[in-house]
Structures are given as structure tokens and as C-alpha cells.
Design a protein around this ligand. Structure first.
Ligand SMILES: [Zn+2]
Ligand SMILES: [Zn+2]
Length: 165
């Protein structure tokens, strides 16, 4: 993440993705690959999102956030904080302490994203008012077949060996 003083650097190389909150007070650019979408049904994601979270991710150094005055962070657990717009309330980021990547709420990305959903995680904590019927992989918690199970990040390494982050 860098500040607005460095925006001029972006002119030479257009970002691979852009995103914003609902009101536009917070915008961001990504320079580099995005991870495919993971759905998280954990209780914290459900409460902050109002349903469940769809998240991409990118390398931390590839994310440039603008309008920092509107961006607020909430420490949702000892391991992570969540970034949101204090004007409109949009959920934007999931930031794990010490991780090399940062999660981006998929709905905040401008379309077309070129991404697709890959898996559901923390389905053990899913709400009782919906079914998961899309045929994607489901994991009760962290992906059992992935190093992400023990990684200090929010499934940012899933799927292991995948092309995207
Ligand atoms: Zn906003
Ligand atoms: Zn979650």
C-alpha cells in the first residue's frame, strides 16, 4: 500500500484491476494477479457482510489504496483486521497480520473481473437460512488439502499451486 503521493507512478503501467466502495470515497488499484474467488461462511464474515463473503486477494505490495481518510480498520480478531468505508459502510479488505497478501471483497471490484469462484470455506459456520448448491468444493474450516489450513492468512494460498494468487 502506498499513498497518493505516488499515484503518478501508475501512469506508465495501468492497473490490472480497480475497485471502490459504494460512495466512491475509497478506491484502490491492483498491479498484478488476483486470486480466484473464495466464499467464506465464518461467523465474522457473515456479520460484517450481512450474508457471506466473496473474496479475491492480491500481493500486499501490489495494492494501492486511495482516500485513506475514509478508510477505517476494525480489528476483528487477534489475527486480522477488516477495512471498510466510514462514509458508506462498504466492506473492502481483510488484512491478516503478517500475511504477504491482502483479501479484497469481490463485490468491490470493478467488472469485468475475469475471476471465478472456486470454493467455500468455514461452511461449518454457515447460516441456517441458505443452502450451498453450486457444486464448488466445500470445506468445514480452512481447506483440508491446503497449507492454507495453517497459514496466517484467509485462504489466500488456495488452491495450492494455482496459477493465481
Ligand atoms: Zn464509501
Ligand atoms: Zn471468514
Amino acid at each position: 500500500m502506498t499513498n497518493e503521493d505516488q499515484e503518478a507512478d501508475e501512469v506508465a503501467q495501468p492497473p490490472s484491476a480497480r475497485g471502490s466502495c459504494l460512495c466512491g470515497a475509497v478506491t484502490y488499484d491492483v498491479h498484478g494477479p488476483l486470486r480466484q474467488i473464495i466464499y467464506c461462511h465464518c461467523s465474522m464474515c457473515r456479520r460484517t457482510s450481512g450474508h457471506f463473503v466473496a473474496a479475491s486477494a492480491c500481493a500486499r505490495e501490489n495494492l494501492k489504496i486511495h482516500s485513506h481518510k475514509a478508510l477505517r480498520w476494525y480489528q476483528s480478531s487477534p489475527a486480522a483486521r477488516r477495512g471498510f468505508c466510514q462514509v458508506c459502510g462498504s466492506n473492502l479488505f481483510w488484512d491478516a497480520i503478517g500475511a504477504t497478501t491482502i483479501s479484497l471483497m469481490a463485490g468491490s471490484l470493478n467488472v469485468p473481473t475475469g475471476l471465478s469462484a472456486r470454493a467455500h470455506i468455514f461452511t461449518a459456520d454457515a447460516g441456517d437460512y441458505y443452502d450451498i448448491l453450486d457444486g464448488l468444493q466445500q470445506h468445514l474450516g480452512w481447506p483440508e488439502d491446503s497449507d492454507a489450513l495453517h497459514a496466517p492468512i484467509h485462504a489466500d494460498t488456495y488452491p495450492p499451486g494455482g496459477r493465481s494468487l
